[in-house]
Write a protein that binds this ligand. Sequence first.
Ligand code: ATP
Ligand code: MG
Length: 247
Amino acid sequence: MSDHYAIVADNLSKSFDTRWNRGGARLLAHMTGRPTPPAHRFTAFSGVSFKVRPGEAVGIMGVNGAGKSTLLQVVAGVMVPTSGTVEVNGRVSALLELGAGFNPEFSGRENVFLNASILGFSNSAIEKLMPEVLAFADIEEEFVDRPVKTYSSGMYVRLAFAVAIHVDPDILIVDEALAVGDAFFQEKCHKFLKERLGAVTKLFVTHDTNTLRGMADRALVLDRHGLIFDGDIEKAIEVYRNEHPQS
Ligand SMILES: Nc1ncnc2c1ncn2[C@@H]1O[C@H](COP(=O)(O)OP(=O)(O)OP(=O)(O)O)[C@@H](O)[C@H]1O
Ligand SMILES: [Mg+2]
């Protein structure tokens, strides 16, 4: 049945055990003889269910910390949910948070190679793809063979985005990346996504209502507990604004 869908998320939840994240708290407790801080479980979201049809573009909105990036990571298979299931039918290309998927020590060219080969591209296919990816990212010649740790954030994201959209995905998952590029790059990306990847299923996070209106067929809104809206874009924006009464 679920073959009709590109993505089926069923009752997903994700919790983090924050005991280990409290920089040295355990060590300090051990050294001072005080009791170890209690384990604390933080739930980023729970009970999240939604379906995405092939070719549909779904935007995700929500306040900072609502769990949008975590949800995308679970759908992209980078993170395991605490409970619930997610089924993804098709080849995924994901552009998650800045830095994901790129090795800072490798050059731009090497990172393109690495990313495309992970997605199953042969060396000769990558060689063919390379000029188009580099041209789309508009990375200056002198930077192409330098480690990406020397890139500006904008250059980095442009290259990561250029790879993600050129590897022939069925499903494209993007976390706020478009917000980093300059206005010209954003426009070029929107055009490419509409004209060249119109039939690709898209799941993306954005805080920008214009991007949402321009790109999405439907929107999800998350609050700090879970999914509070799934449907029409204008209604989603209203729900999101009500979360932010000051804006
Ligand atoms: N590895 C982790 N360990 C502990 N807590 C985490 C971890 N990753 C995320 N969280 C917590 O989960 C919550 C959701 O984080 P997430 O990054 O998914 O939010 P977001 O909606 O993407 O926020 P933003 O708009 O700021 O990008 C936050 O409170 C965050 O602190
Ligand atoms: Mg995020």
